[in-house]
Design a protein around this ligand. Structure first.
Ligand code: AMP
Ligand code: MG
Length: 407
């Protein structure tokens, strides 16, 4: 059976990232949170735009104050006051200074700022009691960024700090990748919508809600296609529609070896390349992965725990990478101490859901309490991590280290 690592490699090799010419849109800065920058950003402005003061104090000529001492202050004539936003009018000559405030433009002639705490003001004279360093507290034009260089690279997610940079560069809009489109449907004769009456043998379709929530959190656009009966014609029609209207299709159910598990046959009949139908993992073994020319198809197991675990493990990085993230799309695995004993029969890579707690700045893993059947979705609630036991590892004792996928 295909290992998790090989399954992952097959999937990652199949991704065709969005195109930075066609798959783009322009959004207002305040709507750009968590979007992925599609093209590098440059600016015609230097940062800072002009030499300015980093302190409230006095703009001086270094030569005038380099000998200043507490018992022998330099005494300068204050010839101008320069608040932030003001264009200085006067050139500072030997023996002169300008009162200046943080962020205000340095006047011609001055090269250094003395902080006001090191001075004493008397009428139009300022006493400087300490020699500064040359050019101290001056932020020079172009020190932080020089016009024409790359301000932000493509492929990054836009958060508060990047949006601040874009605003400072006077961008009103930003070019981002469109959101990847993910079609989701559930298959199973036993499934009803949450608002429908249940009769014996029926359950509410929870998978579609779980997957839609996760996929939206990842920044994708969701196309919900509902519940499809275990009927080859209905399934074939919906898959045909889904692949024509999305970048990624997620279905749950119908991928096992039962008499009603039709998905992989239908995929093949629609011309998909079915890469694999099983992965050496638990839960999640009957994961099916197929590709069409313009979309990826994940046939996830119907079991709610298996559906989410396979989605976290395989689909989550795919959506982030497909969306244009150049780095950081991979799953985040941490090595942490498990506070619970963890067991596996050793034949499959085993994923055990639970909770990461920060204790004195160090993560600890606790397995979810209650029945750990993979059909039990109830104890999935409030979990935020999956402990991973590799093939061959049958026991992690309490207190032992384990690799954990942080969700
Ligand atoms: P299947 O993969 O179709 O054999 O389904 C495996 C198990 O998952 C069965 O117990 C199904 O009833 C359950 N199941 C399948 N689809 C869903 C769904 N959308 N929501 C909740 N449970 C499901
Ligand atoms: Mg089924």
């Amino acid at each position: 059976m295909l290992s998790v690592r090989d399954a992952e490699a097959t999937i990652l090799n199949s991704i065709q990232p969005l195109n930075n010419q066609q798959d783009i849109e322009f959004v207002d800065l305040l709507m750009a949170n968590n979007r992925i920058l599609a093209t590098p950003v440059t600016s015609s402005l230097d940062f800072p735009h002009w030499d300015n003061s980093a302190m409230d104090g006095y703009a001086v000529r270094y030569a005038d104050v380099q000998q200043a001492r507490a018992d022998k202050p330099a005494i300068l004539e204050v010839v101008e006051e320069i608040p932030a936003g003001y264009q200085p009018q006067v050139t500072i000559k030997p023996g002169q200074a300008a009162r200046i405030f943080t962020g205000a433009v340095m006047p011609a002639g001055a090269d250094t700022v003395v902080m006001q705490e090191k001075t004493h003001r008397q009428d139009n004279r300022v006493f400087v009691f300490l020699a500064p360093q040359p050019q101290e507290f001056v932020r020079h034009k172009g020190d932080f960024y020089q016009a024409g260089g790359e301000l932000l690279p493509a492929g990054i997610s836009l958060t508060a700090s990047e949006i601040a940079v874009l605003a400072a560069a006077q961008r009103e809009q930003v070019c981002v990748f469109r959101r990847p489109r993910v079609a989701i449907f559930s298959s199973g004769n036993e499934l009803v919508m949450p608002e429908e009456m249940l009769t014996t043998g029926q359950i509410a379709d929870s998978n579609q809600y779980a997957l839609a929530t996760l996929v939206r959190e990842l920044g994708a656009e969701v196309l919900l296609l509902g519940i499809i009966k275990d009927d080859p014609i209905a399934l074939s029609e919906i898959i045909d529609y889904a692949i024509a209207n999305s970048d990624v299709v997620l279905s749950t159910g119908g991928v096992s070896v039962g008499d009603y598990d039709y998905i992989s046959k239908i995929l093949a009949s629609l011309g998909a390349k079915v890469h694999f139908r099983a992965v050496q993992m638990r839960p999640g073994k009957p994961l099916t992965f197929a590709t069409f020319p313009n979309s990826l198809y994940f046939g996830l197991p119907g079991n709610p725990v298996s559906a989410l675990v396979t989605c976290w493990r395989f689909v989550q990085p795919v959506i982030k990478k497909l969306a244009g993230l150049s780095q950081g799309w991979e799953g985040k695995f941490l090595k942490v101490r498990s506070q619970s004993e963890l067991q596996s029969h050793g034949k499959m890579e085993t994923y055990i859901h639970g909770k990461l707690h920060l204790v004195n700045g160090v993560y600890q893993f606790h397995k979810a309490e209650g029945n750990d059947s993979s059909g039990n979705l109830i104890n999935l609630a409030q979990t935020n991590a999956l402990a991973v036991l590799p093939v061959g590892k049958t026991l992690v004792s309490a207190g032992e280290e384990v690799l954990v996928l942080k969700l």
